[in-house]
Design a protein. Structure first.
Length: 135
C-alpha cells in the first residue's frame, strides 16, 4: 500500500507530474529487480504466482499472451530495461490549465525506433530517464 501512495502522490513534488512519473518508474524498477534476482523466474511456482498477478494488471496487444511475453523475457536482467517517456515540447495553456505538448518530431523518432527495434539513435537524441534512485 505504501508503494501505491508513493506513486500516486500528486502534490508537493518539485517537478509535479514529472516527479510522479519518476516515482512510478522507480517502483517498476524495484519490481523488475525483485523478480529477476529473487529466483522468481527460475522457480515455476513463484513465476506462476507472478504471472497471475501481472496478468490482472497489465494489458498488451491482444495477439501476445502476457505469459508468453514473460517467458520470452525471462533471461533479461534489469540492465536490459530502459525507462523513457514520450518526448515533450513545452506546455500550452487551455482553460486555465497547463498541458504538456507532445513533440511531433520526437513521436516520429520514437515510432521509427519501435518499428526498427533500434533505439540507439533515439536514446541519444532523447535520453532515457534515470529511474535507478529516488528524487
Amino acid at each position: 500500500m505504501d508503494a501505491e501512495y508513493y506513486v500516486r502522490q500528486r502534490h508537493g513534488l518539485a517537478a509535479g507530474d514529472y516527479d510522479r512519473m519518476k516515482r512510478q518508474q522507480q517502483v517498476i524498477r524495484a519490481l523488475v529487480a525483485k523478480a529477476t534476482t529473487g529466483g522468481v523466474l527460475s522457480n515455476p511456482y513463484k513465476l506462476n504466482a507472478l504471472l497471475e498477478t501481472v496478468i490482472g494488471s497489465v494489458t498488451v496487444e491482444t495477439t501476445t499472451p502476457v505469459k508468453d511475453l514473460v517467458f520470452a523475457s525471462r533471461s533479461l536482467g534489469l540492465g536490459a530495461v530502459t525507462f523513457s517517456t514520450m518526448p515533450m515540447n513545452g506546455t500550452i495553456q487551455m482553460g486555465g490549465t497547463d498541458y504538456e505538448r507532445v513533440s511531433s518530431t520526437g513521436v516520429e523518432a520514437l515510432g521509427k525506433a519501435i518499428n526498427s527495434d533500434d533505439f540507439t539513435a533515439y536514446l541519444k537524441k532523447y535520453p532515457p530517464n534515470d529511474a535507478s534512485h529516488g528524487l
